[in-house]
Design a protein around this ligand. Sequence first.
Ligand SMILES: [Mn+2]
Length: 425
Amino acid sequence: MKIIHTADWHLGQHFMGKSREPEHQAFLVWLLHTISTQSIDALIVAGDVFDTGAPPSYARQMYNRFVVDMLRAGCQLIVVGGNHDSVAMLEESSDLLGHVGIRQIARPTEHPADQVVRVFARDNREQPAALVCAIPFVRPQHVVKSTAGQDIAAKQRQLQTAIADHYRSVFDAAAALRDSNHWACPIIATGHLTAVGATRSDSVRDIYIGTLEAFPAEAFPPADYIALGHIHGAQKVAGNENIRYSGSPIPLSFDEAGRGREKSVVQLDISPGAVLTHRLITIPRYRSLQTIRGDLKSVEQQLSELAAASDTDAGNTIWLEVIVEAQDYLNDLQQRVAALLEGCNAEVLLLRRMRQQTSASLQSEQQQTLDELTVDDIFDYRLEEAFCAQQTPQETIDAETAALKARLKTMYQQVVSEVQSGEAS
Ligand SMILES: [Mn+2]
C-alpha cells in the first residue's frame, strides 16, 4: 500500500510577470504518470493547492482535470486547505468531490471524527490500510474565541493550545475507530503550519512565546507520520524522520532554486503489520531558476560561463536573478548584462544592485527617513540585515529561522508595548 505526500502547489502563481502554467502542467503529468506506474493507492496534498484565494480559471481547470484523472487512475485523493487557499472557494466543491470519494477539507469540522479519512489499498476495500487525520491550516477564528484585553503572547499561547487540542481530538477519534475495529493500520496526520523542534537551550517559556507561526513538534499527537505543508523546502522536522515537509513541486522563488535544492514528493510504503517507511522521489525540473550574485567582475564571469554552456535549441529558457554588489551606481548595468546574455537561452527577470552591507544601509539604501518608518519597520529592517549578513548566498528560510525571527519579533513587540504603556501612565 503506497501513499504520496505533496503540498504547496500554488497553482496559478504569477511570478514576476511570468505564468507558471507549463511548469505546473509538467508536474501534474509527471505525478499522474508516477501514480499509475507505481500503483500509488492514495495522494495527500497538504495545503496551498492554489496560490491565491481567487485563482485564475486556467488554474482551477488544471486542478479539476487532475481530480478527474485521479478518479480514472483509481487513486484516492485527500486535500486540505493551506493559508493561501480560500476556505470558501474550496468549500464550493467539497460536497461535490465528497460524493465521488474525494476528501477536500478546508477548515476544522464540528465533529473531529469527520476529519478522519479511511485509506484503502487497491486490492482490499474491506479494511482500511491507513487512517488519515485530515487537518488543514487552522485559522484563529475556527478554533478560539477572542477575548478582549489579551496581549499578543496570550493570544498566541491560546491559539497554539487550541491547535494542539484540535490535533489531539482528531487523532483520538482516529485511534478510537482503529481500536474498536481491531484494525492494524498506521495513523497519518496532515498539517499546514510552521513546526519546529525545541532545542535544548530553549526554556519552556521561550518555546511558548512568539509561536503564532511556530508550532512545537512535541505538541503533535503520536501519529505514525505527519505530512506537512507550508515550508517550501523538503525537510524533516526536529530530526524526526516521520514529521516531514514534502516541499513545493516547483521553486516558487529564486532562493528556493539554488543548487542541491531538488524538489520531491514523499512516498510512504505501508507493509502488513502497519510498518510505515518512506522515500523521496525527485521531481524532474522543467525550468531552471538561477541566482547570479557577486561584484561586477564575478557576475560578468558567471554570465559568460552560462552563455557558453547554454544550448539555445534545447530545454526551456533559464530564468535569472542577477544581484550585482557594487558601491557605485552603474547606469549601463542593464545593457552590460543584456550584451553578455546575447544568444543565450536565459532571461533576466530581476536585476538588482546591492551595496555591500554597511551600518548606514538602513537609511541610505531605502532612501527613507526615520519619520516615515514605524518602530516595527525599523526592527524588521534590522532583523533582515542580521539574517542577510549571516547567510550568503541567501538561504531559503527554513523553519528554525522563521521561528527564531517570529520569536524575536514578539519579544520586541512586548518590550515596545511595555515602554509605550509606561509612557502613557
Ligand atoms: Mn505554500
